[in-house]
Design a protein around this ligand. Structure first.
Ligand SMILES: Nc1nc2c(ncn2[C@@H]2O[C@H](COP(=O)(O)OP(=O)(O)OP(=O)(O)O)[C@@H](O)[C@H]2O)c(=O)[nH]1
Ligand SMILES: [Mg+2]
Length: 575
């Protein structure tokens, strides 16, 4: 009976979702499409091979600064361990397909089983959704674990591993746990030497140089009177999050209470090297054993090096923002608070990464363009995507309370990101025009739609029908005749979206008294000598809400994209 009830509610939810998607599809197809749509063909799906376990390995690239800025207890801070466990649980709570989560220090490994089909196994979509959700949960849950406020946003770098069988998964996680142990042993002895014997940090580090595991244990015992085996399991083994059926009290349809098994996320501090974890806890259908040769993982990492000399475009999009905006009572059709949050997050990303020369945002999406010859993060696509999306998402949540004042964040948003390469300026400009044309089409449609709903009391369906088959001029006429609203007088930020670009380097030359060549070189995205980038200064970034489809915007700002004739060769770059 209860089972039937659960199935029924699942079916109803699925049908509702289908209906919602169909409606959205219909209304989007009713909207005009721009001539720039062809640039979509540059986008790739990057599906991961079927029949492989997928591991999304995430690590916080600015962890050291977080440790130093917030007075973490050394060698381990229990508050941080609990925060990471909480964040891992939240991500696994949202992504029910995840089978195991393993977190230690600043690292979090999330495991999808072989047969997972979520997002059609698109690697970037999986990676960036998990990565951004971990980042937003980290920021949101920080105050629940730390009294000291978080003073910088986490940047999370992600890697995808594909493992062909459960033996591979066991080897991978066992190896990770060994790394956790080595790291913890080193840190425990180091900080015990400092705290117990009173020697300096550098003296302690010197003492440990070149020592093996046994010697470290001996130093800890003889000099600090501590037995490593007695240290807390959470420190030595890390935290393993798994699902377990737990008897839970439920209310039956008749109104009485009963005990039923419900899936819960629990944390274990156990060994991946033990058979019982794989047989009993994971109920693994394949036989696995403890393998001593585990140095093959580098080959199983998805290599995603991006083609050199092409424009790298990263587009971020909010996950389920239709629901998110509803739950947080966004004003319709545009909520300036969310737009401000998005713009602020984009500024932060540009200030942090000088190779990003341009960005464009509208609705729940943001596009970042890196300098054509950029060597940012070694042009590793997964690292670029995860770094940008995590910093962006974390900043969005970090500033939430300041911008949304009375409205508390009900749940953490996630964003996905994709990387698209454009080979020349014309295709890149067409891409940007496509996004701005989309902003215009959506904004005009949404403005008409909500005017009809809010001021004429039309139902959603009636408003959709009223707008079906109308062109831009029809909508302008409707706005003017029925609502005395001149479309072009609407706020430019809504009609055109937001463009962020860097100042003309010539102006910066004057202010920095550097030679012209030096500054231009740095603007060409060379990481090693990024003079202007070192300023990491948001005041270098200009915000405008203007048309960028016509030539004027670009001819007035020739320094942004340069000139196709000046395209560089490999030799030019090596000079
Ligand atoms: N009311 C309101 N809604 C907004 C605003 N910005 C974004 N949204 C909502 O966010 C949605 C963004 O569109 P999509 O990205 O296609 O939809 P989504 O729900 O995020 O779905 P996925 O991206 O596929 O996960 C819009 O359709 C709006 O419903 C805003 O300023 N005000
Ligand atoms: Mg979206």
């Amino acid at each position: 009976m209860e089972y039937l009830f659960v199935v029924k509610s699942h079916v109803t939810r699925a049908l509702k979702q289908l209906l919602h998607q169909k409606r959205r599809f219909q209304s989007s197809t009713k909207m005009a499409k721009s001539k720039f749509e062809y640039v979509k063909s540059f986008e790739t799906e990057d599906r991961l091979d079927p029949g492989h376990c997928i591991i999304i390995a995430l690590r916080c690239s600015n962890f050291q600064s977080i440790v130093e800025n917030h007075g973490f207890k050394r060698p381990n801070d229990n508050r941080f361990i609990k925060l990471m466990e909480d964040a891992t649980k939240d991500v696994m709570g949202d992504f029910k397909d995840l089978k195991v989560g393993y977190t230690f220090a600043d690292q979090c490994n999330l495991v999808f089983p072989k047969n997972v089909t979520i997002y059609r196994r698109r690697g970037p979509k999986l990676l960036t959704n998990l990565c951004s959700l971990l980042a937003t949960t980290f920021v949101h849950k920080w105050p629940m674990h730390f009294e000291v406020p978080l003073d910088l946003t986490p940047i999370i770098e992600g890697t995808i591993y594909l493992l062909p069988n459960y033996q591979g998964l066991r080897d991978f996680l066992t190896e990770q746990q060994l790394q956790c142990h080595y790291r913890n042993l080193y840190e425990t002895v180091l900080w015990s030497l400092v705290n117990v014997t009173g020697i300096s940090y550098s003296e302690a580090a010197e003492t440990l140089e070149g020592t093996n595991e046994g010697e470290k244990n001996e130093i800890l015992f003889s000099r600090c009177n501590m037995n490593y085996n007695k240290e807390c399991d959470a420190f030595k083994k890390g935290s393993i999050v798994v699902r377990k059926l737990v008897p839970t009290e439920v209310t039956t349809p008749e109104g009485s209470t009963a005990l039923r098994n419900a899936s819960r996320l629990i944390v274990l501090y156990t060994d991946f090297s033990k058979d019982c974890f794989w047989k009993t806890v994971l109920s693994c259908e394949e036989n696995t054993k403890l393998n001593s040769k585990r140095n093959y993982f580098k080959d199983l990492e998805r290599n995603t090096k991006l083609l050199p000399h092409t424009w790298i475009v990263v587009r971020i999009d909010g996950k389920g923002f239709h629901k998110f905006s509803d739950k947080h009572n966004f004003t319709k059709p545009n909520d300036i608070r969310s737009i401000n949050l998005m713009n602020c997050a984009a500024q932060k990303v540009m200030a942090e990464y000088p190779d990003i020369i341009f960005s464009y945002g509208q609705s729940d999406e943001y596009t970042f363009v890196t300098e054509r010859y950029s060597r940012m993060l070694d042009r590793n696509s997964n690292k670029i995507m995860s770094t940008i999306v995590s910093l962006f998402a974390a900043t969005y949540v970090y500033n939430w309370n300041k911008v949304f004042k009375g409205t508390s964040l009900k749940y953490c948003p996630a964003f996905d990101a994709r990387v698209v390469l454009y080979p020349n300026i014309s295709s890149l400009r067409d891409y940007l025009s496509w996004r701005q044309a989309d902003c215009h089409i959506n904004n005009m449609y949404n403005l008409c739609f909500w005017m009809l709903v809010q001021k004429r009391d039309l139902s959603h369906q009636e408003a959709e029908e009223r707008l079906c088959g109308t062109f831009s001029n029809d909508k302008r006429a409707l706005l003017l005749s029925e609502f005395q609203c001149e479309y072009d007088e609407e706020e430019a930020i809504y009609r055109k979206g937001t463009i962020l670009h860097r100042k003309n380097p010539e102006e910066c030359v004057e202010s920095l008294s550097l030679s012209r060549n030096e500054t231009l070189y740095s603007f060409r995205g060379n990481e090693e000598s990024s003079l202007l980038g070192n300023l990491k200064c948001a005041s270098d970034i200009i915000t405008v809400h203007v048309d960028m489809i016509n030539d004027t915007f670009w001819s007035e700002r020739p320094w942004i994209l340069g000139n196709e004739r000046d395209a560089k060769t490999l030799e030019d770059l090596d000079e």
